[in-house]
Design a protein around this ligand. Structure first.
Ligand SMILES: [Zn+2]
Length: 362
């Protein structure tokens, strides 16, 4: 699988920073020029077609590759815009032939008055240590980008990692929802539950309420920028929470020797969120989708397979006797005549695992 490591550069000198910024301005020009040629039907492009642009040839070639990919997406999107427009803050991208990482020093080419290599130290973080370990063990580096965000410079490096799938037979069903963010049921391949884990959504609900109130207050005075800041803050907070939840779920999966994680495809999440207003529903489907993505990629790293099942009846049916009865579910409790009285979301996560087992034996 491919991973991206985002490394923070130690603060560059003003002189180097100016070189970065000048090159970024040229990247914007270059990308726009490539897009114009693609629109005109010229597809056989090389760095020689952009002599007036002051960038190393390697960067121009990478721009051509990037813009070609963007152009395909642009055509697919059916946009009514005339062509792709590139914003002022473009990343400078390099393929793996054009940068080196030597201990904590990155070396990349720029254009000053000619093409020149510069070396930059990166912050020595845990993340960097991990990347170094992958490099030392022979993993192949891919594309990398230099970019600027909120006053800091970063170098994003992609690396291909070989992960061995484990052959464990235990399963983990995960139910993602509103009251409980995520509930996991760990089962053996015979269907016996050996562990479970709850991630309460209460704190998230509280935080969301706080941001909603802030937005409402501002809404009356129409401070668009301030509202956007609040939205960004809320999103960062949710992203952080999703990272924590997914990490804990995968830790449990590793501890319990899980070979397969099973989740519902997202349709169901939209249905359970029917009672909410539209803005809230959008936030929910976004955070749920993100949580699934985080679980998926952390599982892959741990060699755990991820499968999706059709969510039909997973919250209405009894995980013990299989009877489907909507009224058995009342808020947090699932209560069946057969004597099954459990947390409704745990019931759902058991059903998710059961459903997969049934499919396997069918
Ligand atoms: Zn029952």
């Amino acid at each position: 699988m491919q991973l991206t490591y985002i490394l923070e550069l130690l603060k560059p000198t003003k002189r180097k920073e100016n070189i970065f910024l000048n090159n970024i301005a040229e990247v914007v020009k270059n990308r726009q020029a490539v897009a114009a040629k693609l629109k005109a039907g010229e597809t056989n492009l090389s760095s020689a077609d952009f002599k007036e642009i002051n960038l190393p040839a390697a960067v121009k070639n990478q721009n051509i590759r990037e813009v070609k990919a963007f152009h395909k997406l642009f055509l697919k999107s059916g946009s009514d815009k005339d062509n792709i427009e590139f914003k002022a803050n473009q990343p400078i991208c390099y393929n793996n032939q054009n940068y080196t990482i030597d201990h904590h020093i990155i070396s990349i080419p720029f254009y000053t008055t000619k093409c020149q290599r510069f070396a930059f130290p990166v912050k020595q973080t845990e993340r960097f240590e991990k990347l170094q370990q992958h490099i030392d063990s022979g993993c192949k580096l891919g594309k990398a980008c230099l970019f600027y965000k909120r006053g800091k410079w970063y170098f994003a490096v992609t690396i291909k990692i070989a992960v061995k799938k484990n052959t464990n037979s235990n399963l983990m069903g995960i139910d993602i929802g509103l009251r409980q963010f995520a509930v996991a049921s760990v089962k053996t391949h015979r269907g016996k539950e050996i562990n479970c884990q709850f991630h309460n959504g209460k704190q998230a609900g509280f935080i969301r309420k706080k941001y909603r109130m802030l937005r409402r207050k501002l809404g009356q005075s129409k401070k668009v920028k301030a509202i956007k800041n609040i939205n960004d803050k809320e999103q960062r907070w949710m992203t952080d929470l999703n990272h924590k939840i997914s990490r804990q779920l995968i830790n449990l999966a590793v501890q319990e020797q899980v070979g397969t994680i099973i989740m519902e495809n997202l349709e169901n999440i939209r249905n359970t969120a029917k009672s909410l207003n539209r803005a809230d529903r959008n936030i929910h489907s976004w955070t749920f989708y993100q949580l699934q993505q985080f679980i998926e990629y952390k599982a892959e790293l741990a060699g755990i397979k991820v499968e999706y099942i059709n969510p039909k009846y997973t919250s209405q049916s009894c995980s013990k006797c299989n009877k489907v009865k909507k009224s058995n579910r009342k808020a947090n409790l699932y209560s069946c005549e057969c004597g099954n009285h459990i947390h409704a979301d745990l019931n759902a996560s058991r059903n998710i695992a059961n459903k997969y087992l049934e499919q396997q034996s069918a």
